[in-house]
Design a protein around this ligand. Structure first.
Ligand code: GFB
Length: 310
């Protein structure tokens, strides 16, 4: 991938896509192609084909997806399955037809079985039943991985996949119904502090374990893999360290400076008990995360305060 290569970042307005664009720009790439969904509807194969014909991208980062936290995944089940299947099938097929040199597809750690051995090794895919709250999303992401592998097998297309752990960072979703836990808790603790509330409600029991990666680290890993990785097997991307949701909540409470207490609403689902990535493969390839969780949360809290002011 040269500085003047034609690089399409699908999903450039989302948290992951925007981080990949920032990373490519920082590295001096000058031919980054982006389209909003109103300009090119990625759920429409002929629109995607026409766009690929016109722009002839050489490299594709496939970060466009319908995403959300545990509640959104569990409620909008058809949308999470259908939209993601359509987007990935259309983009991957067009990339094949237009002879894209390399494509990187982004999956998610929820592809692994609910009770897979921890830490999650790449080889654990399809060894057991999925977590029910995000089964539709996971099935769509597994289909995307398999589509890349099938194009690799049948045609020799260099279509690779990265599996990030739970992410956070700039351009995250702060809507309390559809967001992931980290932005939700930042917002809840901040609001409670401003309103002088004595309690904040968090979902579930607080006992599930999760791993969190700053999206700027993920973007660096994606560009690293695009340049250096040429194997069919997908690659986990994470920090290799997890913590309980309770410990996360206490860390966010401390960063925000909320002095009240936490109430756990066990009517809300816990989801997967644990999903810690085994990151030995990407570490051995030469990539390691840089941003420590506490510093990352402090950074995003500052971004959140700027958004509140604007
Ligand atoms: O981040 P999250 O929504 O997604 O929730 P998952 C993680 C944990 O935090 C769950 C708890 O145990 C939630 O019950 N939690 C506590 C909260 N308070 C809150 C809150 O206010 N909001 C939210 N959202 N959670 C998603 C999958 O699973 O992770 C997706 O559904 C995707 O498919 C994504 O893989 C990365 O980690 O449980």
């Amino acid at each position: 991938m040269n500085k003047d290569s034609r690089i399409f970042v699908a999903g450039h307005r989302g948290m992951v896509g925007s981080a990949i664009v920032r990373q490519l720009e920082a590295l001096g790439h000058q031919n980054i192609i982006t389209r909003t969904s109103s300009e090119v509807d990625l759920m429409n194969q002929s629109a995607v084909n026409a766009f690929f014909q016109e722009e002839q991208p050489e490299y594709v980062f496939l970060a466009a997806a319908k995403v959300g936290g545990i509640h959104a995944n569990n409620v909008f089940r058809a949308d999470f399955l259908y939209n993601n299947l359509m987007i990935e099938a259309n983009v991957i097929k067009a990339a094949h037809d237009l002879k894209v040199k390399k494509l990187l597809f982004l999956g998610s750690s929820c592809i692994y079985p609910k009770f897979a051995e921890q830490p999650l090794k790449e080889e654990s895919l399809l060894t057991g039943a999925l977590e029910p709250t995000n089964e539709p999303y996971a099935i769509a992401k597994i289909a995307g991985i398999k589509l890349c592998e099938a194009y690799w097998d049948q045609f020799g297309d260099q279509f690779i996949s990265a599996m990030p752990t739970n992410l956070y960072g700039p351009n995250d979703n702060y809507d309390l119904q559809t967001s992931h836990v980290l932005p939700a808790l930042l917002r809840k603790f901040h609001q409670a502090k401003i309103d002088g509330d004595t309690t904040v409600e968090c979902w579930g029991s607080g006992s599930p374990l999760r791993e969190f990666l700053h999206v700027d680290d993920l973007a660096e890993a994606c560009v690293f893999l695009m340049k250096a990785y040429n194997e069919k097997q997908f690659v986990n991307v994470g920090t290799g360290t997890d913590l309980s949701i309770k410990a996360l909540a206490e860390m966010i409470q401390d960063v925000v400076g909320f002095e009240g207490s936490i109430v756990w609403n066990t009517d809300k689902p816990d989801g997967t008990p644990r999903k810690l990535m085994d990151v030995s493969k990407i570490n051995q390839l030469g990539w390691r995360h840089q941003i420590d969780l506490r510093n990352g949360i402090e950074q995003v809290y500052q971004d959140f305060l700027q958004l509140e002011l604007s």
